[in-house]
Design a protein. Structure first.
Lengths: 252, 252, 252, 252
């Protein structure tokens, strides 16, 4: 509703791309760059996008950067444990205070996602370049705005299967079918504190997932959906001394 | 996201106002006019608002009107049974096809709301001009956008109490406290088909509820939230002959 | 928790079995008989099972039968419209008053299920004898009690696909994968009034689904889960005259 | 369904009772003893109850005790931080593996509850001995089994108010009304991994809450509900090498 651009920070581990040639081939400037480019193209002046990576000082997530971030996008895979607990604490606090969070693909095992879920976030997987169909099961949701059919498809993906050990989603938006025999809850929303969280399964370091038009559309929609909003209250606990109504057991 | 104005139809039974002087005093041009005025003031060029009432031909809801309505607001109380089943059928079809629906106060017993819930929609009530506090329990939701505190208050209202026999809400946004001893789930969302539904408790024929600034803000937010959106598919069942993958039991 | 047996009525249209030889071959005494037999074998003295069919007087669902039913199981396909509205009204009232309801397979288009959902209940389908895998996504739920793996499988089934136009389930328990490329929300719970509803996808007139051990286990678990329980209040609306607390605007 | 007794461990901080005479007066043997007594009386041979307290070695929660616990009940208030992280880790793992957890009253700020929610779990509070009415909003739920009215009442309680910063409950069962002007989501269920969690608001160190018959009934019902069950699978992630179906991009 606001004219102010949404300030997005795309965070990426950025390790695969620098050590594995086939990853570098798909994502020459890093997965973060491809995601940032997609958001910029889809949302234009409605967003300002920056990126941050693991090996930058404070993982690129200084207090100033976090304070200037409305929605953070998270991609990690092989180095979840190298993210400092101090950074995870700060990101969690910002989410509870209203910052949106998009967790992508292997980010399911990131510290920040496990912290916000309270569960193991484990799942089944197989790397066999199989076909994935993402079926829409919540067709009026803004996260699927403008998608044209009952589903969309990715020709080659890593499989993720259930049981996916997450908190039950507030809203289930997409369910994946995989050629080899599995299904997966691939698009899930969660509200925590004043923050909105979207887990989105697609994405892999060697398949060109973040170049896909439907994936880009979902990500752009999710950024809009996850942008801070709602009431102005931030939910800090406190003692309330004066009641509205008289209390019978109490001296007047 | 679109620049096209949201087309709103405010539907009102419009009987109390013409037969009871104290209602006419509060709502001289009808409850619908007060609601329409509030939406127009809050949303400006983002909406085009019309009204419709029970005693108009086809209750003011011809096929043309419904086809040109993005969000319908529903206020009824003493004449739910006078709404024709044909009109209820058409409104239900439009909701399932994507039209938003805001059901207000005593509209809980309207045919259209009971039809969409599948339940009795009964509740407890008392008319004693008591104070109501509406507490926000989903602070990041766009329906409470811009509200300034943990709650807002109405000085004199009719009480509604639980058990409110509705389908469990998809999202519970507001819970009311009443001076006399009751609570109520006062702001509830439901998705049905491609349509979004918001039940909002406040509103009465003799208290000036729809002039209240917070009530007007919630209604304006809810109109934005309920406007059609999402994927382009409308969920019509059909037979699928050709599978994507080969099926083992089948001749190739 | 109670020692009293759960009184189950298995309702079946019972038309396919009498007109199509291959259906008669799979279900010589009717689908209802196979379901009843499975429940009796699984639950023993914990249940008393009777059956009822479309062409019996009052569809086998007289007031006495309904009053003596704790859980009703519903199978219909080709003659949903032949079920009288009066019977649907009575079944709905009983569900809202606490009777459990299990809706099976093509029962998704039954009047009673559409009435309780408020939606079209449409879906996609294909008859190609394809393999179905039902994945458990709510592993602690009593409806999957005792199932041994992450999923169970049916070698040949009719496919049902999304978008399945239902109210969002309160709990999603099973998601199906189909060989030909679709997924489906196959095990869903809904609470309406004091009644519990379980929609369970498997079942077809020509595949021997209701002889399958896992299907029988789910049905037996679901009967236990859906049996009446909870608080003693039935949710009838009424006026409350005397408040608990003094109300400020009121003469004392 | 099983004849095997449910093994319950009631955990209590047990500090207030030893330092404050008025607490010792209400709970001479500790809050844990009063809760254990209530469960034993309500459930008889269906449970085996033990207790554990903060200052015991390993807080009374050795690996052996946890391995022999089906449902743990948690009461803490002034010393949440003195519970070791190692114990919290172990309790969380047990919950994810299927152990039930009942979190009572001020346990909302316990490490284990905050860990499982992912949020701050903050709320508003006031100590004024005011009246609380707990309204049932999910009347068919087994946790309110046998309660006789639309609500039950506690004559003097500490108030807890919203916004209560928790994950949105899977099921909302009770909402409290407080004399002084607040409401609270007082009975909430959550599923995490294979474990079931129930947060129940009532309980205070100086009011005789755990002697109340309705509170005792809810606690007994909740123990039954939270006992381990469901499918036999525990949701450990792993790689799946062999697909069910042939994958097109793969060598046969």
């Amino acid at each position: 509703m606001s004219e102010t651009p949404i300030r997005v920070t795309v965070w990426n581990e950025f390790l695969h791309e620098r050590s594995e040639p086939r990853v570098a081939h798909t994502y020459p400037e890093g997965i973060h760059a491809a995601i940032a480019e997609g958001l910029q193209q889809s949302l234009g002046a409605a967003v300002v996008v920056r990126t941050a990576t693991l090996e930058q000082p404070e993982h690129g997530l200084s207090d100033d950067v976090l304070a200037a971030t409305d929605v953070i996008v998270w991609w990690g895979h092989m180095a979840h444990d190298r993210v400092s607990d101090a950074t995870v604490d700060k990101v969690q606090q910002r989410v509870l205070a209203g910052m949106g969070l998009l967790v992508l693909h292997s980010g399911h095992l990131s510290k920040i996602f496990r912290r916000l879920m309270g569960t193991s976030c484990q799942l089944l997987w197989r790397e066999a370049g199989e076909r994935e169909r993402l079926w829409i099961v919540n067709p009026s949701h803004p996260i699927v705005e403008g998608l044209s059919g009952e589903y969309f498809e990715l020709p080659q993906t890593e499989m993720y299967g259930e049981y996916f050990d997450i908190a039950p989603p507030d809203e289930l938006i997409l369910i994946s079918w995989f050629e080899g025999g599995e299904i997966f809850r691939s698009g899930c929303t969660f509200r925590r504190g004043k923050g909105k969280i979207f887990y989105f399964r697609p994405g892999h370091e060697t398949y060109p997932i973040y170049q896909d038009a439907n994936v880009r559309r979902v990500l752009a929609n999710a950024v809009r959906w996850a942008a801070p909003g709602g009431s102005r209250y931030f939910g800090e606990g406190r003692q309330i001394v004066e009641p509205l109504s008289p209390i019978s057991g109490r001296p007047a």
